[in-house]
Design a protein around this ligand. Structure first.
Ligand code: XIL
Length: 371
């Protein structure tokens, strides 16, 4: 089902070197220490920082654009490159990059880099594609259908994006919820990566996974499944370059320090890179005053990033919620707070002031070893 909606209440790189070389620094390293933006801090370590952006917000809010330029060297379209947006109708002539192009223009005008998100996911697939896929009689036809989509999009965006989230959230408890897995088995992952590599050999190819950071039994089971999946993919020679750790953290849980560290150690051992791709903190179940909640959420972020950045194969991080003003959590009533207060999942508050979470990200970059 396509649940993506533009309306609502809502209001790098092949190598590390590429980021440093290609990005015109949006924030000066000569500024007073507390003025230095996050990407500038990241760059000092050979890393990057960025956030997700969406067309309605970029269009409507100059303060958001300014905030992005202050803190970010890379952005990722929140929804604009998802299947339902780029091909809302079956006809291939319906391929439509108008919204994604708007973001690309913003990126070009401001010397930023761009991540591609996302080619194959169980969500964000238009109804027509789900139907067509469901009706496929042979695995060959189903494979062709998937491969055509990946090829069409990657070819069109070749040279524009530095990374592709090729497969999104492949590891889930309820595997059956993916039409791809249903029709093609795990081979859908192999195909997607192979076709992405063929059509844009210069892009870093990422397997992007959620829910593997916190101390929680469900997340523990996903950590195990993720590692087993990666082992199988690499054994089959699937061209995966990096693992995206989404990091939609939960403020009412703790980071699984030991288990998350060993997950990253294993990923490093496999020779893969890591990117923290969608950082924010869901605070729907957090208690205490605003200041107490912000502080606790910042601590969760600090715990996560300190571990992540201590690994030199971790290339950088992006926030999914830069400012509390615009967050995907606002879209979903079950994510709202019971007390009626607005969610505060971002690094900046609704007025674009830095929160404790911003400081947590800054100090994690400051503490990171140079790559
Ligand atoms: C979310 C967007 O933020 C929402 O606007 C949309 O309605 C649903 O998708 N993991 C991902 C992202 O990889 O693509 C999701 O983005 C958030 C969870």
């Amino acid at each position: 089902m396509d649940t993506l909606d533009y309306s609502g209440r809502r209001c790098f790189l092949k190598t590390v070197g590429a980021v440093g070389a290609a990005v015109a620094l949006p924030n000066s390293v000569d500024a007073a220490p507390d003025e230095i933006g996050l990407h500038a801090r990241a760059l000092k370590k050979g890393m990057f920082f960025g956030c997700s952006v969406s067309v309605p917000v970029l269009r409507a809010d100059p303060r958001f654009r300014a905030a992005v330029l202050k803190d970010c060297g890379i952005v990722v379209p929140e929804n604009e490159l998802k299947w339902s947006r780029v091909q809302p109708a079956p006809d291939r002539s319906a391929l439509n990059f108008t919204f994604a192009d708007y973001i690309y223009k913003f990126v070009q005008q401001n010397g930023l880099q761009l991540r591609g998100h996302t080619l194959v996911w169980s969500s964000g697939v238009p109804a027509w594609a789900q139907r067509q896929m469901g009706d496929m009689k042979s695995a060959t036809a189903a494979a062709g259908f998937l491969q055509m989509h990946v090829a069409d999009v990657v070819r069109a965006w070749r040279g524009r994006v530095v990374h592709w989230d090729v497969v999104n959230e492949p590891v889930a408890e309820d595997a059956k919820s993916s039409i791809w897995l249903d029709k093609l088995g795990e081979a859908y992952i192999d195909m997607a990566f192979q076709v992405a590599r063929e059509n844009d050999p210069g892009a870093l190819l990422v397997l992007n996974q959620n829910l593997v950071e916190m101390d929680d039994s469900y997340q523990g089971s996903l950590r195990k499944k993720l590692l087993l999946l990666l082992e199988r993919l690499l054994k089959r020679g699937v061209p995966v370059d990096a693992v995206g750790i989404e990091a939609h953290l939960s403020g009412d849980l703790k980071v699984a320090v030991k288990e998350y560290t060993s997950l990253l150690r294993e990923i490093e051992r496999m020779g893969l890179k890591v990117i923290v791709t969608e950082l924010d903190v869901w605070d729907g179940r957090m208690s205490g005053s605003v200041a107490e909640r912000d502080k606790a959420a910042a601590q969760v972020v600090k715990d996560l990033l300190d571990i992540s950045f201590s690994f030199k194969n971790c290339l950088g991080a992006l926030a999914w919620t830069l400012t509390d003003l615009y967050s995907w959590y606002h879209e979903t009533p079950k994510k709202w707070r019971q007390d009626g207060e607005i969610n505060r999942p971002g690094l900046l508050d609704s007025n674009y002031s830095r929160k404790a979470m911003w400081n947590a990200v800054a100090s994690a970059f400051d503490a990171a070893p140079v790559r």
